[in-house]
Design a protein. Sequence first.
Lengths: 101, 187
Amino acid sequence: MSLQAVMVLAAALLCTGLFGVLTQQSVVMLMMGLELMLGGVVATAAGTWHHLAPDRADGQVIVLVAVTAMALEMAIGFAVVTALFREREVDVTDRAAELKE
Amino acid sequence: MLSAVVLHALAALAVASGVLVFVVDSMARATFSLLTSLLCVAGVVIGLGLDYLGVVTVLMMTIEMAVMAVFMIMYMMNPAGLMPMTMVHNTRGSAVLCGLLFVLLVTGVLLIPWPEPRGRPPRDATRELGMSLMGPQMLTMMTLGMALFATIVSGVVLAVRGGRYDRRGDGLDAGREPGPSRGDVGG
């Protein structure tokens, strides 16, 4: 699989995830979009390691960082949703707009 | 040759199921579409020679999606897709924006003169990663560890109800509001 093919896969995942993040109102669905975007980052890092600098482990480390970021995003995201829901029974983004006002 | 076909098929499946996440109207199906997509990405990672990181991704994503399904049932009104509904806003603008971004990224990917590969893949990529994390990349590893620890603490702080000091003041002597369980300070 060429570097360009991996990059196109990553771009497609990133844009699909971004579409989800921008359109979904439910916070849970929004986080699914973020996961897809980070999946694109994982693919890019692995492709770059394999095709550009396989003699150094830096690309692998970026994969590790991206996978960790996915886990942290899920944990903190659900904790925030739980706090928000407990405080004012809100689970959609449009009704959690205090900072906007 | 065969592995290239498999990898391209995995990539196509990853994108297709990624799109399906936002198309299907059942939340359970959306979760499993996302799982399929991320497992295909992990397959591509394994195909690129990173066996260990690919397997780690598979394990983490499987557990993550299981947790996500639980939260989905907790918070979503439509866990099984019995009552089709959409909860979206600004679909057209987002579609245009994401389409333009995709075209821009693909144009860049195809036009950039990528550098020549440097060096050869090590015989054992996992060993290379481990030696790197315990050597030159130690700072990254320690930062990840601290970030995970901070996540545990802040996740608990955000998710629990107020504790005994919130109910009864700093000296544990104000108010008589009972705690959530028996045996709490002051009954």
